[in-house]
Design a protein around this ligand. Structure first.
Ligand code: SF4
Ligand code: SF4
Ligand code: SF4
Length: 253
């Protein structure tokens, strides 16, 4: 089996959110209390119990009163994954044979560094301070089952398969751009777009922060050699939390 991926086609999505429900069902994730915010888009963002959600984009249209775009938000399973680059806990984040970026909660140390290094703001943390995100249904696909969300989608807006085959499908269908084809060494969740990515609320040029690349390429090997452990830890702390702030009331002490 080659690298497996999901192809998202917002133009085919009807916003039924069956994919959100199927993910919760399969992963036994509890519901999130929602509120009426003027549309049925809910919750407003990913949560530790919401691995995927549909973003509703409302645009003016000349032919209809309004043009709706429904865009699936989820982990992109980046070929070059910022979360894996920064993670200091061996085995907490790992790549499966099928190309998914999965995680092991028992090995996660709850440092939240992956949050600062993800170009798509994906990782969340559960009540035990452990990483929580889409894992591309790693156990299902290892057993040759497709992910719960793609299996449920009634319109073909979410399709699962070998990455090269999905790319061919999107190109044959004449989509102007396949978002994620080459970004970050290829995303494991690709998007067939008719317009510019920003119309769909997507980052035009996703990139891993330079400080994270420097940590992975230079400081981590040095730290392993025991020569720069303290310096590297200070830098990582600075990247995550910024410069130390003086607490109110302690300025004059
Ligand atoms: S989208 Fe974020 S969490 Fe998912 S693989 Fe990429 S860097 Fe990691
Ligand atoms: S691939 Fe699996 S874990 Fe990821 S959003 Fe779909 S159902 Fe949820
Ligand atoms: S199941 Fe398919 S059609 Fe329904 S919201 Fe999800 S992606 Fe859209």
């Amino acid at each position: 089996m080659g690298r497996m991926s999901i192809l998202v086609s917002p133009e085919l999505c009807i916003g039924c959110r069956g994919c959100q429900t199927a993910c919760k069902e399969w992963n036994q994730l509890s519901g999130v209390k929602t509120e009426n915010r003027g549309s049925t888009e809910n919750p407003p963002d990913l949560t530790p119990n919401t691995f995927n959600k549909i973003r509703y984009v409302e645009l003016p249209s000349e032919t209809n009163m309004v043009r709706w775009l429904f865009v699936s938000q989820r982990c992109m399973h980046c070929g070059d994954a910022g979360c894996m680059k920064i993670c200091p806990a061996p085995g907490a984040l790992f790549r499966t044979d099928e190309g998914a970026v999965a995680f092991d909660k028992d090995k996660c140390v709850g440092c939240k560094l992956c949050v600062t290094s993800c170009p798509f703001n994906v990782p969340r943390y559960d009540e035990k301070n452990k990483i929580s995100k889409c894992h591309l249904c790693a156990e299902r696909i290892a057993n040759r089952l497709e992910p719960a969300c793609t299996k449920t989608c009634p319109t073909g807006a979410l399709r699962f398969g070998e990455r090269d085959a999905l790319l061919g499908l999107a190109q044959k269908a004449g989509y102007a751009k396949v978002y994620g084809q080459a970004d970050l060494e290829g995303l494991g969740a690709m998007y067939a777009f008719m317009d510019a990515p920003k119309i769909y609320g997507m980052n035009e040029n996703p990139a891993i922060p330079e400080s994270v690349v420097f940590w992975d390429n230079v400081l981590r090997p040095l730290a392993y050699l025991g020569l720069a452990g303290a310096v590297a830890a200070s830098l990582v702390h600075y990247v995550a939390f910024g410069p130390k702030k003086i607490e109110e009331g302690k300025k004059d002490e």
